[in-house]
Design a protein around this ligand. Structure first.
Ligand code: SF4
Length: 545
């Protein structure tokens, strides 16, 4: 079955013919083929590697694989979902590679990982990888392979020390973490020698040609989709948002030099186009892009847009989407409370939200999904009433439009101003409250699992002691109960679940990612946090008065 799936791929690049001494490399996605091949990041890294004649690349998914080399020198993983770590460990075992980096010998491949999960906080996975690539792959990936070639025949330790000199390459085993006690907070994180950089800087690509699909296949999760990255990062800087803070600055693909040529290439082989990015409609030439897609020659093109800022839902956008087979649109509003939106820096007025719904309806869309969050720092119960009231107003303003409120619980993310806050223990109750209030109004309420938020928070604020917890949990199952059981078994060896998930951390505390520098320094994050906290303070003073 495997080869038949690969045979259905249409490649938009030309793979190189590997030279005789090419490095055997396996590039894996730790999930099924359908999921992996729909990841633009996976496609790009795979094609970049495959276009080099000094590499012989084979792909590996959990369900299918290309013919693998007998002795791979490098094994890479693209990680875009936290819980895929289970599949990473399973794949390592199936290849007879020790799952812990320190147990690997010279005859084992160098195991590297990259992607959004590892760039945000690699520490819970630190023990499983020899090398972690932090940030944009554009230059980093080539620099990694070039540096490896220089030390290809050296011993493993020499290889790792040499790779650690490359900006953006993080070798977890070359950093020593000390704790105040075995179940206490971190005391210090230091490189093991003065030749290793004390801080690894996440890499940022600054060109104006962004990514586009290199493979189109009917087996992708969105059949035959051709994906184009329109923007990278988001300039809005909502204070909880990883998609913005981790990847700043906001970058846009050039319309003439990048987007149009890519779309022309892709639409020769398919009629399904996906525009990707955290904030697609904020591209400065988004109107021109829409006009370009609206040409008669693209009349049969089906268009999907990843994310739309609420105040950019114009009538024209809704009409274009409706004509292109999109029935509904998702906008992130986070909360119906103006106070909460101000705390998180969401620059959005209630009128913008109502207008978006009116435009969506008049443009011919049949549904609007709003995305919200509960348990945001500073949120009080009255703020939930505001969310309920807002949904009622929208329903009245756009009758007949199918309304959905998807809702998650706030999860702290590394490198954001809210990284010091824990999950709000009231979040589960608040989700239930919204459910109870909205259902009788005919508004579809779709809460994200609260337990899943807890697991996400654990991984997002975990340090490297979590590696052994993850390894143990794998044998218990993937429920929150399995994590709790693993915490019990490891009691004394690491802090408890509350510490990672619920506690508000002091800004004096050494963070697990202290030695990994993202877009903004801690002092700037603290300044943004301070602004949010003064808004929280002034709103509670208003209530008291
Ligand atoms: S608008 Fe959306 S993507 Fe942008 S910072 Fe806010 S939540 Fe993140």
């Amino acid at each position: 079955m495997s080869s038949s799936l690969f045979a259905l791929e249409y490649l938009l690049f030309t793979p190189a013919t590997p030279k005789n001494d090419a490095i055997p490399l396996i590039f894996a996605f730790p999930n099924e083929y359908t999921v992996g091949i729909t990841s633009l990041g996976y496609q790009i890294v795979w094609s970049t590697l495959t276009m080099r004649d000094d590499l012989e690349v084979s792909r590996l998914f959990t369900d299918i694989r290309e013919t693998l080399p007998r002795q791979a020198e490098i094994l890479g993983f693209s990680v875009s979902w936290e819980l895929d770590y289970v599949n990473i460990l399973n794949l390592l075992e199936s290849l007879n590679i020790p799952i812990r980096a320190h147990q690997r010998q010279h005859n084992h491949p160098i195991v590297f990982g990259g992607g959004p999960v590892l760039t945000a906080n690699p520490e819970p996975f630190a023990e499983f990888f020899d090398v972690i690539l932090l940030g944009d792959g554009e230059n980093l990936l080539g620099n990694f392979i070039d540096a490896y070639k220089e030390v290809r025949n050296a011993d493993r330790k020499t290889q790792l020390i040499a790779l650690a000199q490359v900006p953006g390459i993080y070798i977890p085993s070359l950093y020593q973490v000390e704790y105040h006690s075995s179940d206490g907070a971190i005391k210090s994180i230091q490189p093991i020698s003065s030749t290793i950089p004390a801080v690894v800087q996440k890499q940022t690509y600054r060109g104006n040609t962004l990514s586009a699909s290199t493979v189109v296949t009917e087996k992708a999760a969105w059949e035959n989709i051709f994906m184009v990255e329109v923007v990278r990062s988001c300039p809005e800087m909502c204070r909880f948002c990883l998609a913005s803070y981790l990847t700043l600055p906001f970058r846009t693909a050039s319309l003439e030099g990048s987007l149009i040529p890519a779309i022309e290439r892709g639409l020769q082989v398919t009629n399904r186009l996906g525009l990707l990015g955290a904030s697609v409609t904020q591209h400065p030439e988004f109107h021109e892009l829409l006009d370009y897609i609206n040409q008669p020659k693209y009349d049969d093109v089906r268009l999907s847009i990843a994310s739309v800022r609420t105040n950019t839902v114009t009538l024209e956008l809704a009409q274009t989407l409706a004509k292109r087979d999109t029935k509904s649109l998702t906008i992130a509003v986070e909360s119906g409370s103006e106070k909460v939106r101000r705390i998180i820096n969401k620059k959005l007025e209630q009128e913008d939200i109502i207008q978006a719904a009116i435009n969506a309806k008049s443009g011919g869309l049949s549904g609007l999904k709003l995305y919200g969050m509960v348990g945001i720092p500073g949120e009080e119960e009255s703020d939930l009433d505001a969310t309920v009231a807002m949904m009622k107003v929208i329903k009245k303003a756009a009758p007949g439009l199918r309304l959905t409120l998807g809702c998650s619980s706030f999860v702290p993310k590394a490198h954001t101003p809210f990284q010091w806050y824990g999950v709000n223990k009231q979040a589960e109750k608040r989700l239930q409250f919204l459910q109870k209030q909205l259902k009788p109004q005919g508004i579809d309420f779709r809460p994200e699992s609260y337990n899943w938020s807890i697991i996400q928070a654990l991984i997002s604020r975990g340090d490297r002691r979590i590696s052994k917890l993850l390894e143990l949990t794998r044998s218990f199952g993937d429920s929150l109960g399995s994590y709790k059981r693993a915490f019990k078994e490891l009691k004394g060896q690491l802090p408890d679940l509350n510490f990672y998930v619920y506690d508000q951390w002091s800004d004096e505390q050494i963070l697990p990612w202290h030695h990994l520098q993202a877009a903004l320094p801690q002092s700037t994050l603290l300044k943004h946090l301070g602004e949010a906290q003064s808004l929280m303070k002034s709103s509670s003073e208003l209530i008291l008065n």
